[in-house]
Design a protein around this ligand. Sequence first.
Ligand code: DGJ
Length: 695
Amino acid sequence: MPIEVNEQGWVLTTHRTAYAFGINQAGLLTHRYWGVRLPRLDDYPVAPSYAEKVSFYEPLTLTPEEYPPYGGARFVDPCLKVSFADGVRDVVLRFESFDVREGDVPELLIHLRDTFYPFRVTLHYRVHAAYDLVERLVTVQNDGDTPITLERIWSAQWHLPAHENYRLMHVTGRWYDEMYLRREPLVQGIKVLESRRLTTSHHHNPWFAVDDGSARESSGAVYFGLLAWSGNWKLSAEMTDFGSTRVNIGLNDWDFAWRLAPGDTFATPSSFAGYSDGGFGRASRSLHDFIRDTILPHRPVVHKVLYNSWEATEFAVDERSQIELARHAAKMGIELFVLDDGWFHGRNDDTAGLGDWWPDERKFPHGLGTLIAQVNALGMDFGLWVEPEMVNPNSDLYRTHPDWGIHFPTRARTTARNQLILNFGRTDVQEYIIAQLNRLLSENRIAFIKWDMNRNVSEPGWPDAPGDPRELWVRHVEGLYHVWSTLRERHPDVIWQSCSGGGGRADLAILRLADQVWVSDNTDAAARLAIQEGYSHIFPANTMEAWVTDVGRERLSLAFRFHVSMCGSLGVGGHLLHWTPEQRTEAAHWIALYKEIRHIIQFGDQYRLRSPQEHPFSAVQYVSKDRSEGVLFAFRTHMPPPAPVGPLYLRGLDPEAQYEIEGLDGIRSGLAWMHVGLQLVLKDFDSTVRRIWRR
Ligand code: DGJ
C-alpha cells in the first residue's frame, strides 16, 4: 500500500523508499522519516516533540514541521505567510482531518485549519511509487467574508535526516553557458536560489540534490527534488543552529502577493522529490523515467532528426533560401525542417514584427503553404518558430494595443532585444494570441513549433489588475500555460519545443506542454558537453534537442560535433550550402547511425561514466531497458601530454550476460565490462561512438 496509516501517522511508500510524518504531542504535523523503505510500519520513528528547556530554544523552532507557517515563536524559514484583513500576520494551523484518494497515483490530503480565522490549508501528497518520487502541493481556501493576502506560499518543505555536513548540488549559469553543476556545503544559515525573471531562467534551475558529501555517480544516498513551475521560484535550503536541514521550494515570495477573496482557493505548483541510495545516477534516472512516462505530452514518440535554419540564414529567410537548404537536408536523412525567426510580417531584423504572426508578404508572397508543400514533398515534416509572449514596439500589435504590455504607466518601458513582454495574465491578450496561432496552425501543415522567449521582465506592472497587481508573477505564467495548452488541445499532433534564448525555460511544468527543449544557444560541441551533462541530471535525453552547427569547426571534426549532438535528440543547424559534398555524405552516415540507435538514447537508461565538467576525457553510456543493447560515447577535449586516462567502467549491463563492444576484441560478461572496464585511446578533440550488443 503506498499510503499507510496507523496511530503514529502516515507512511508513504514507493518501490524503494518511504516518507513518514505524524502529529506530535503538541498537535503539530511533524516529519518523521525519509529514506530507504523499512520492513514494518513500527520501524518508522514517532513524530518528535520538544518541550521548552531554555527560553531561546523554542519548541516551534526545534520541531521539523511538514509545513511551518509564519507565526508563534518560529524562527525557521516558514512555508506560508499571510495577512488577515484585521492586520494579524500570525497563522496557527491545527490538524483537522485527512483523506486518501486511491488511483494510479494515490493521494493523501491533510486538512489543516487556522484556530481562529476561517482559513483552510490542505497539504497534498501524491505517491509515484514506481519512480520513488513523492509529489507535494498545497491548496488554501478563504472560508470567511474578508480577503486574506497571501505573501508567501511554498509547495513543500523537505526535511533531511539529522546530519552535520550536507552538501547541496544545483546548477548555475547564464545565457550561452547554462547548467553548470555546483556543489557546496550547507552550513548554518540559509542558501537561497531563485528566479525573479518571470521565467525559470538560465541562471539557476528549481532542482536540488543533497548528500552527505560521500555520494558518487553510482553510489551513496542522495535526496533530490524540483519544482514544476516556469515563473519566479525560490529554493531556500536551511540548516538551523539545532542541526536540522530542510529544503523549501515554491513560488518566489519576492514582490509577490495574492488577494484571496472570500470563497477563493489558491493552489501552488507541485514539487517532486525522491531519495536514491544509488547515487546521483539513480536519482536522475528516476526523474528521466518519470518525465518520459508521465509528464511529456507525446510520451513514447521517437523524436525526429530535425534541421533548423537559424544559424544558416538568420533573419534572411525566404522561400528560395529555405528550399535550397531543405533539399540538402532531405538528402542527408533529415525528417523535420524547421523555419526559425524572420518569417513573419515586417521581420527583417530584431527591431520589428513580434506580435504580427502572419507570413511576411515580401518574403513569402504565397504564404507558407508553398514552402511547406515542397518540404513535405521532400519527405520531411515542417516546423516553425514563434515567440508569442513578445511584442516589438514596431509592430501592428503594439500600435493597436500599447496597453497590453507589462508596464508601469509612469515609467519608461525597458526594451531588451528591442522587445517588450505581453501581459499573458490578461484574458484579452490570451485570446488574441490563441486566435493568431490557431489560425497559423489551422491554415498550414505544421508538425512542430519552437516557442521562444528572448528576454526577461522589467517594470512588472499591471495597471487595472483585477486583484493585487503583484499577482502578475503567477497570472502571467498561468496565462502562458492556458494559451499553450489550448493550442495543444486544438492541435494535438503538433510537437512543441520550449526555448528561451536557449535553456532559459527548462522545467517540469513546461515539459507538460513541450516535448523537447532547446538547451542552449551555445552550439559549440565542446562547450555543449558540459551543458548537456548538467541538463542530464534533471531531464531525459529525448527532451534535449542538440544541433550540429558550424560553431567550432576549426578545431572540432564533424564526427565530434555529431557525436555530441547524438547524445540527445539530434538536429542539424549548420549552413548546408557551405558544407562540401563529402561533409554532407558524412552527415548522412551519422544521421543513419543515429536512427539505428536513437531508441536506446531516447528511451534507455543513461549512465554518466566520466564527467565532462570534471575531466577532459569524458564518457556517457545509454542502455536499453531490456539491457540487450547499448551505446557508448567518449570525448576528449584538450589534455596536456602525457595524458594518462584510466579505463571506462560500463554500467547498467546484465552482469550474467555476454556483451560485445564495437571495435573491441572479445566477448565478455556484463560483470567484466563493468568491473575490468575498457580502455579507449583518443587524441585531443577526438571522439568515438561504440555500440554494445548482448550476444
Ligand atoms: C533564440 C533561440 O535560442 C535561437 O535558437 C533562435 O531561435 C533565435 N532566438 C531567433 O531569434
